[in-house]
Design a protein around this ligand. Structure first.
Ligand SMILES: Nc1nc2c(ncn2[C@@H]2O[C@H](COP(=O)(O)OP(=O)(O)O)[C@@H](O)[C@H]2O)c(=O)[nH]1
Ligand SMILES: [Mg+2]
Length: 247
């Protein structure tokens, strides 16, 4: 009796793998800072990530780090109100700031989240720029404006990632970007913005270029990950791109 063999089609080469973000790929959690006197020693450069709660900051960080759990640490209870430091290697860091917009802050404090983080933004010498995450559908809230006004006296650059751009049509997204850019131009010459989507994994190339320049890191052409064994389907790299941390 004939043995039933699986029917195989002609051999098809695997589709080329898409380039992946590399700049933050080595990012690993170092420490959470509650008081400024416990900040790590000044390094060669750090970028702070800020944004309203729910704007998509954790997802954007995970996308840029090509790591679905990077921002997990920032969500663990007790760490959400702290500055969370991630080491990028070579004495460079990214700093995840707490999201703002939930708690009402007394006017006297002025910075969106209060004194400590407001002060950090002013005094930290190795802070080379601010990455501000905004939801492309509701760009630039009053709190975002307050933060920009607070940061402006440092004369350091700001780059806005207009994330969730997948929720808009191409035209709507372009219009949101242009409107925002016009407003940013009024604030400072080194304020820029680009579209981003953690869902579609788009916009990371432009973000990486800006952040690499700030950090003085030369970007190597994004290396595609090595192909898996022949015939084996590569596992999806971003199966749960925005997995929520418990608690
Ligand atoms: N469609 C879409 N949803 C997103 C995107 N980024 C984040 N989200 C969703 O927005 C919500 C808030 O995201 P999160 O990253 O936790 O925001 P955070 O509070 O700023 O850290 C979650 O439900 C995410 O699934 C995106 O690029 N596209
Ligand atoms: Mg978050």
């Amino acid at each position: 009796m004939d043995t039933l063999l699986p029917i195989r089609g002609p051999h098809r080469p695997a589709p080329p793998l898409m380039p992946q973000p590399t700049l933050f790929r080595r990012a690993s959690f170092v420490t959470s800072v509650r008081e400024l006197h416990t900040l790590p020693p000044e390094g060669l450069g750090e970028i702070a990530f800020a944004g309203r709660s729910n704007a998509g900051k954790s997802s954007a960080l995970n996308t840029l780090a090509d790591h679905r759990k990077l921002a997990f640490v920032s969500k663990t209870p007790g760490r959400t109100q702290l500055l969370n430091y991630f080491d990028l290697g070579d004495n460079r860091y990214l700093v995840d700031l707490p999201g703002y917009g939930y708690a009402k802050v007394p006017d006297a404090i002025r910075a969106p989240w209060g004194k400590t983080i407001g002060e950090y933004l002013h005094i930290r010498q190795s802070l080379v720029g601010l990455a501000l995450i905004m939801d492309a559908r509701h760009p630039i809230s009053d709190l975002d404006r307050e933060l920009l006004a607070w940061f402006q006296p440092t004369y350091k650059p700001v780059h806005v990632l207009l994330t969730k751009s997948d929720k808009l049509t191409r035209d709507e997204a372009q219009r949101a970007l242009m409107t925002l850019r016009r407003e940013l131009e009024q604030i400072g010459p080194n304020y820029s913005a680009s579209l981003f989507s953690s869902l579609k994994k788009t916009g990371w190339e432009e973000a990486e270029k800006v952040f690499a320049k700030w950090l003085g890191i030369e970007l190597k052409p994004a290396a595609a990950p090595p192909p898996g064994p022949v015939g084996k389907k590569p596992r999806p790299r971003h199966g749960s791109w925005n997995k929520k941390a418990p608690g």
